[in-house]
Ligand binder design. Structure first.
Ligand SMILES: NC(=O)c1ccc[n+]([C@@H]2O[C@H](COP(=O)([O-])OP(=O)(O)OC[C@H]3O[C@@H](n4cnc5c(N)ncnc54)[C@H](O)[C@@H]3O)[C@@H](O)[C@H]2O)c1
Ligand SMILES: O=C(O)[C@H](O)COP(=O)(O)O
Length: 636
């Protein structure tokens, strides 16, 4: 969109009321309130809504739509009072957060509405707007307070009423009209305004957007384009969030609540699809399937942050993301307990041969026998990887009376009576059950193969709920067939279907005493809800405040909330002298610094500077033109 900032001294903002300033159509809601106990209420309300829509879309003359609606409406003054309270709760989000603009420009903001002053004026006052700047209809009541008609002398009760009123106002200056209806566009069409902005935060009508000069998803966009005072430095509705792999609905709600433009897809995307889709995306949310490769990142021109709605981040090229100033977050422990519970359940099922017996029962086979069925109590549980999941499993394993042995490449403190081993082989030599809880770094590919299975005890129970590529599957198949491995639980695979509609294939299929699960270690309602809340919180903290708390690839900084300042976020290549360059620019432009924070990694530096609100465009330009700048953002 080509917006030119208006420089004319006097600006007027003509704003529609229903479905623009409020989320709803006042008259429709009044009908719902008034007809609540009418047995035919629902159908009457639906008919009223239909008539409203026809009027707004220009398919029915306005006066005809209004007359027909009022005939169906049996409302009185007390219903209007209820409506006013309801509307106060249903102010359009972007109007609600831009009350400062509404107050500051109250003299220049005129509400031109075919709705009714009876409920518009109280809402205008509530928002700091001027009652005398409300141009709308008025109800006529009888002596008992019932609405019996409309003031017919008011031009707004007739078709073309808005045009009449604006002509009469004879405004001298630049006039912008913001509204969701065709009658709002008609003001511009009759030469009475310079610009018509179709407002689609609450309702989008193609007959209106097709004729608009600009289509705006929120008041923030209008204020941003016209460089007017606003609640957000950058309109959230212009920030695209792409959520893949069916992340919990709480995540979508968290972004939508703040006005972000969210696209939600159930499945993962392959590299080609992602390269295309990611071009205009600023925040992406994925789970374990979506591969964010270097090539994908090369296409991600606007990407600021990646949220892994899971523990593992091996599916993301973290180094490349860091180099490009893209901050990555994950949910390091929200599904830990879910994985541990599944491991415990599976090890018991496998050591008791429950699935073998259950499959037999389904085929009519009664095999009551204790042979080769064991308790887990007193058995040796060996773990490779002693991180979040490993340590939790250690606690629960001991609670079941097991002896715990572990090996980790990092030096880890043993929990309880767990025994630290010096090598994987030491674990394999003693363990009755081997469970993998290592991360998916590339060097762990085929960590467990023929040699490692041979080092294990005969009949060992083997579990992999970590990452598919860490096990050489043909070697596991061989070990199962030879009886070296007595049973296996596998939740993760080198190749996993992208969606539930794709078939699953593996050489492990059909083998006895093998539990196969579709990567559901972390798939519980509790875990997904926890992750759905946790990851958006981290992402929003970063986008709104600059904090990188919990990041997995960035210098970590927890910043104070922004208060009465503007915040500059500067991400640059970590080479000597950048801070000096930044400070020289602050000195040159006489900028008063209120707070400054810096953290670096080997690759990048992240500097945050809080400054007083007044500064020039040249100052911002100077900052952006520091050669080593990777990304620069401003928040207020
Ligand atoms: N199946 C599922 O749905 C599911 C759910 C959650 C996590 N996971 C996976 O489980 C794994 C473990 O998760 P976590 O939260 O405990 O991770 P974590 O990062 O807390 O722990 C991983 C541990 O493995 C160790 N490690 C890495 N490579 C090793 C090696 N070669 N030998 C020995 N130790 C090694 C690390 O030092 C670390 O202590 C991850 O791969 C994660 O992606 C799977
Ligand atoms: O890394 C993880 O947390 C697990 O592998 C779960 O991944 P998912 O969210 O794709 O099920």
């Amino acid at each position: 969109m080509d917006f030119t900032v208006i420089t004319e001294p006097k600006k007027y903002f003509l704003i529609d009321f229903d479905s623009t300033i409020t989320k709803v159509e006042g008259l429709d809601e009044l009908a719902a309130i008034a007809l609540k106990s009418d047995p035919e209420g629902e159908s009457k309300v639906a008919r009223i809504k239909e008539l409203t829509d026809k009027g707004m879309a220009g398919e029915l003359s306005f006066s005809e739509s209004l007359t027909q609606r009022l005939a169906l409406l049996k409302a009185n003054k007390s219903h209007v009072d209820i409506l006013i309270e309801f509307l106060k709760e249903n102010i359009t989000d972007s109007f609600d957060r831009n009350r400062a603009f509404l107050k500051e420009f109250a003299d220049q903001i005129l509400i031109i509405s075919s709705g009714f002053k009876d409920f518009i004026v109280p809402i205008a006052k509530h928002l700091g707007l001027k009652p005398e700047n409300v141009y709308a209809n008025t109800f006529i009541y009888n002596e008992t307070g019932d609405i019996v008609g409309v003031d017919q002398s008011n031009p707004l009760s007739k078709t073309g009423g808005k045009i009449e009123v604006v002509k009469f106002l004879n405004l001298d200056g630049h006039v912008s009209v913001i509204g969701d209806g065709f009658t709002d566009f008609e003001i511009k069409k009759h030469g009475l305004a310079q610009r018509f902005y179709a407002f689609i935060e609450n309702v989008e009508r193609s007959s209106v957007t097709s004729v608009a000069d600009f289509v705006i998803k929120s008041l923030d966009e209008f204020l941003f384009y016209n460089q007017l005072p606003r609640g957000y430095s950058y309109p959230k509705s212009m920030i695209k969030v792409l959520l893949l792999e069916n992340v919990h609905p709480a995540a979508k709600a968290a972004f939508e609540e703040q006005g972000f433009n969210v696209e939600f897809l159930k499945g993962a995307l392959d590299e080609d699809e992602l390269c295309e889709k990611i071009k205009d995306v600023s925040i992406i949310g994925i789970r374990s399937k979506t591969q964010i490769t270097k090539r994908v990142l090369e296409h991600a021109e606007k990407l600021l942050a990646i949220g892994a709605f899971c523990i593992g981040t091996n599916q993301i090229d973290l180094k490349e993301a860091e180099k490009r100033g893209i901050c990555v977050f994950n949910a390091p422990y929200s599904n830990t307990r879910s994985v541990v519970e599944l491991v415990i359940g599976e090890m018991i099922m496998l050591i008791r041969k429950v699935f073998v017996k259950s499959t037999g029962m389904h085929q009519g086979k009664w095999d009551k026998s204790a042979v080769n069925s064991f308790e887990v109590r007193g058995k040796k549980l060996g773990m490779i990887g002693y991180g979040h999941i490993g340590t939790q499993l250690s606690v629960l394993g001991e609670a079941l009376g097991m002896e715990v042995y572990f090996y980790d490449i990092a030096d880890k403190m043993p929990i309880g009576n767990a025994k630290k081993c010096r090598s994987m082989e030491d674990v394999f030599r003693v363990a009755d059950i081997v469970s993998l809880h290592i991360d998916g770094r590339e060097s762990n590919t085929h960590l467990i193969g023929e040699k490692e299975f041979n080092q294990m005890k005969d009949g060992v129970i083997f579990l992999n709920l970590s990452r598919g590529h860490v096990v050489d599957i043909p070697a596991l198949v061989q070990a199962l067939k030879s009886g070296k491995v007595g049973g296996a639980g596998v939740d993760v695979f080198p190749h996993e279907p992208k969606t539930n509609h794709e078939p699953f294939k593996s050489e492990l299929m059909g083998l006895e005493n093998v539990i196969l699960t579709p990567h559901i270690g972390g798939s519980t309602e509790e875990a997904q809800e926890g992750i759905g809340n946790y990851v958006p919180e981290r992402l929003l903290e970063y986008i709104n405040n600059g904090s990188t708390t919990g990041t997995v690839n960035f210098p970590e900084l927890s910043l104070p909330l922004l208060h009465d300042s503007h915040r500059l976020l500067h991400i640059h290549k970590n080479v000597p002298g950048i801070l000096a360059k930044l400070n020289n620019i602050f000195a040159k432009h006489h900028i008063n610094i209120r707070g400054q924070y810096l953290k670096t990694s080997a690759e990048i530096g992240y500097v945050i500077v809080d400054i007083e609100k007044s500064y020039s465009r040249e100052f911002v330009q100077d900052l952006k033109s520091i050669e080593e700048t990777i990304r620069f953002r401003m928040l207020f």
